[in-house]
Design a protein around this ligand. Structure first.
Ligand code: MN
Length: 623
């Protein structure tokens, strides 16, 4: 063995193993998780021959996106990949008790999910909890071991007054006690700096005699340097992505690391030649998904200040776009660390990134911090996600949950088994147990998927960019993008929100008519006003008219959204602060409260209605 001057005396020199993330994290970070199975299968055999330790192919957002946008069965993707990839381990990212969803699931769902994942082809489970609350990993780790797969316990890396390398080492020791086979440092935002990484890896390797796997993102531009120091510090396996799908918000390039380690004691034994075809292939494929390329590509060192991971920035910009407030991004990014502090410094990773991001957005858009607190934040403050790393701002907690005592047990201990009930609920719509699991995780999307599948109507979203969806400014000037139409003396507000593919000389346009999403078919934009007028005439609004809010007892929504439940009936007595209905805005459910004591006099909305802040939803009359 050659002596390496840069290497600590005590470090064991050895071959470095590589996990390539091209089939999961790389396209999740760069292409909104949109890569289709066929595009993976065409290169799968080649990937299998490279000599990776593992290929990350499943979990994270891939499951959701398959069902929601690609109209593919995620389980089938896994089976197909397994059929071709015979030598290389297949790896998935599992959110512990959150599985691959956004809430805690009961143990029966989690165990069955792991069992079926192993049976369908997963060899390595990287398991993490957004709060690094190890109780949320216990059942996952035990079950993965039970079914003979490799359990990789991950520690989410973040920086705060409540995080330090010593604390991370304690977590690693705990993971070993729980029986993991591999330890992983999961740096989802790309915050690891080279010398911190060296310190962290040497400390973990000193105390924990297990292979150490490092996962970072190139967002801040430090990842390759940190990887090198991790290797010198004793890391065994490194996450990279083939170069044409690497860098920026993705992982650093595989080839660069392979070349850097060539002919050193850390040699990966991977041939650069074997990667050039793979890289060419994905360079070409990537063009096909141009529409989904993140606007936040490349290196952005601001991440070192606000710590917001790339995926979360894309989510925030989608939310802000929906609210017509993209120009307020900077304010939201400034608010994120403040909300994070209020919530006890959770690492920002799914699902806490969504929870923190939405609250920060609401705080900025409503002009008043914590004016609206979504149910997810209430649940977080009740302890239903687990134990936060730091101290919660008690003033905020009181505002959110009043005098309720937060739970201190493992949150999933409070959950009843649900698998049998869900299977019964689905009945004939489920083809197999995998379907029941898809339904348990994403009920609405899975149902829609099963429905379309049974009618042979599964159709993925188009790859070409719909004309105006992301570029409203490009609407030709001769046609207005927002206007009022008066039909039979009633004025309707119309907003053009996008358009679809032209067919038979006509193009579908998506409109918001008084906040309701509708579709009209027109030949050219110049006829949009008369077409919309005709459309309204022939499809009269089924909504009750909502009067403008004027009086003290008029209940309004603070944000545009959709009614998800109405909790009172006409004649009910209510007390100031009671929840009278819930509105879904920005994918989160928000409670709307009565501003005064009184009796419900009128209800102007029903479940499913779109509502805007100036409208009266309910009228409360003082007694
Ligand atoms: Mn990642």
């Amino acid at each position: 063995m050659t002596k390496n001057n840069n290497t600590n005396e005590t470090t064991k020199l050895k071959k470095i193993h590589i996990t390539d993330t091209v089939l999961r994290d790389a396209h999740q970070s760069l292409l909104a998780t949109r890569m289709r199975t066929d595009d993976m299968l065409d290169i799968a055999e080649h990937l299998d021959s490279v000599g990776y330790w593992s290929l990350e192919v499943w979990g994270g957002a891939t499951f959701d996106t398959c069902l929601r946008y690609l109209k593919e069965d995620p389980w089938e993707r896994l089976r197909k990949l397994k059929e071709v990839i015979k030598k290389t381990r297949l790896q998935m990212l599992l959110r512990g008790q959150n599985i691959i969803g956004y809430r805690h699931y009961p143990d029966d769902v989690l165990k069955k999910f792991i069992e079926r994942s192993v049976k369908n082809g997963i060899d390595v489970f990287r398991i993490f909890d957004a709060l690094n609350d190890m109780r949320n990993l216990e059942v996952s780790i035990k079950t993965v071991k039970e079914f003979g797969a490799i359990a990789e316990g991950a520690i989410c890396y973040t920086m705060s007054p409540f995080h330090s390398n010593d604390i991370f080492v304690k977590r690693a020791l705990r993971l070993k006690e729980l029986g993991v086979d591999v330890i992983c440092i999961k740096d989802m935002a790309g915050l690891l700096s080279p010398y911190t990484t060296y310190d962290l890896t040497t400390k973990i390797k000193e105390k924990v005699d297990l292979p150490l796997h490092i996962h970072s993102h190139d967002s801040s531009g430090m990842a390759l340097m940190s990887y090198l120091k991790a290797i010198e510090g004793g890391a065994d396996i490194i996450d990279t992505a083939v170069s044409s799908m690497a860098s920026g918000t993705s992982q650093p390039p595989t080839e660069s690391l392979v070349a850097a380690l060539k002919d050193t004691p850390y040699d990966t034994n991977i041939e650069l030649n074997s990667l050039s075809n793979v890289s060419d292939y994905f360079r070409d494929i990537r063009k096909k998904y141009k529409r989904f390329e993140s606007e936040h590509t490349g290196i952005n060192t601001k991440i070192l200040i606000h710590q917001v991971p790339g995926g979360m920035i894309s989510n925030l910009s989608t939310q802000l776009k929906d609210q017509n407030a993209l120009d307020r991004m900077e304010e939201v990014l400034d608010e994120v660390p403040k909300v994070r502090e209020d919530l006890g410094f959770p690492p920002l990773v799914t699902p806490t990134s969504q929870v923190v991001g939405t609250q920060a957005t609401l705080n900025v858009l409503t002009g008043e911090r914590y004016k609206i607190i979504p149910s997810e934040i209430r649940n977080y403050l009740k302890g239903l996600y687990g134990k936060p790393p730091g101290k919660i701002n008690e003033e905020i907690r009181k505002k959110a949950i009043g005098d309720e005592t937060p739970v201190t047990c493992r949150p999933a201990d409070l959950l009843e088994p649900e698998l049998d009930r869900l299977a019964r609920e689905l009945g004939g719509k489920a083809g197999n147990i995998e379907d029941v699991l898809s339904y348990a995780l994403f009920p609405n999307i899975a149902l829609e998927f099963f429905e379309e599948r049974s009618h042979g109507k599964l159709k993925p979203e188009p790859l070409e960019e719909p004309l105006e969806e992301t570029k409203p400014a490009l609407l030709p000037l001769l046609a207005p993008s927002e206007f009022n139409v008066t039909v039979h003396g009633e004025t309707y507000h119309v907003k053009v929100s996008g358009s679809g593919h032209k067919a038979d000389g006509k193009r579908p346009f998506f409109l918001k008519i008084d906040g309701r999403l509708e579709e009209v078919m027109i030949e050219s934009l110049t006829e949009i006003v008369p077409t919309v007028a005709g459309h309204i005439e022939e499809k009269p609004s089924t909504q009750s008219t909502k009067p403008k809010a004027q009086k003290e007892g008029d209940v309004t929504t603070p944000m545009p959204g959709r009614i998800t439940s109405i909790r009172v009936s006409v004649g009910d007595k209510v007390t100031e602060g009671d929840t009278v209905l819930t509105v879904e805005a920005m994918k989160m459910e928000n409670e709307v409260h009565t501003p005064i004591d009184g009796v419900v006099k009128n209800i102007y909305v029903k479940v499913g209605d779109s509502v805007n802040p100036d409208e009266t939803l309910l009228e409360i009359e003082k007694e």
